[in-house]
Design a protein. Structure first.
Length: 170
């Protein structure tokens, strides 16, 4: 009887782990590199004009095999921080309020909470990118600016991860 209870408890623990799939999937991205494509615009995240200045807005641009459009996913707390291959800077959510522009800033020596993002699966290969400290979602407004905002499920808030280019052309 004790053996049966042990197997039942093990079965329930495994079921709980599978039910928590998004949390499991989030952590698997740490250590990877990708280009990040907006589902509605089909364009990639990058610093505007590939500028390396602090505070440069993050924008969308048509896909290219460029360093400035590729991001390292470094482990940070309960998520990842995104480090741009070209500028070596990370995404920052501005004021943290709906509509705040997302900009780049130097990465702290250790991943501070303001730099932490969580990739939450929405459907097969599509993610919602959630800023851990604010709970806001990375999105694109009507003018095409990359912002954070409350999750509504709009295509402008959904993202696909593309493979890191085998060779950068720019």
């Amino acid at each position: 009887m004790a053996m049966k209870q042990h197997f039942c408890a093990l079965f329930l623990m495994c079921g709980a782990t599978l039910a928590a799939g998004p949390a499991t999937q989030r952590s698997t991205l740490a250590g990877e590199s990708h280009q990040i494509q907006n589902l509605s615009q089909e364009e990639l995240l990058r610093p505007r004009d590939a500028d390396s200045k602090d505070g440069t807005p993050i924008v969308l641009y048509s896909p290219q095999d460029w360093k400035c459009m590729t991001w390292k996913f470094e482990p940070a707390g309960d998520g990842v921080r995104l480090i741009n291959y070209f500028t070596h800077k990370t995404l920052y959510p501005g004021a943290g309020e709906d509509g705040s522009a997302v900009t780049q800033h130097p990465a702290a020596k250790t991943g501070i909470e303001a730099e932490q993002w969580r990739f939450v699966p929405v459907s097969d290969g599509v993610y919602r990118i959630e800023h851990i400290a604010t709970g806001k979602t990375l999105g694109v407004n009507a003018e095409g600016n990359v912002i954070i905002e409350t999750w509504t499920g709009a295509a402008s808030q959904k993202w696909k991860l593309l493979e890191k280019p085998a060779r950068f052309t720019g």
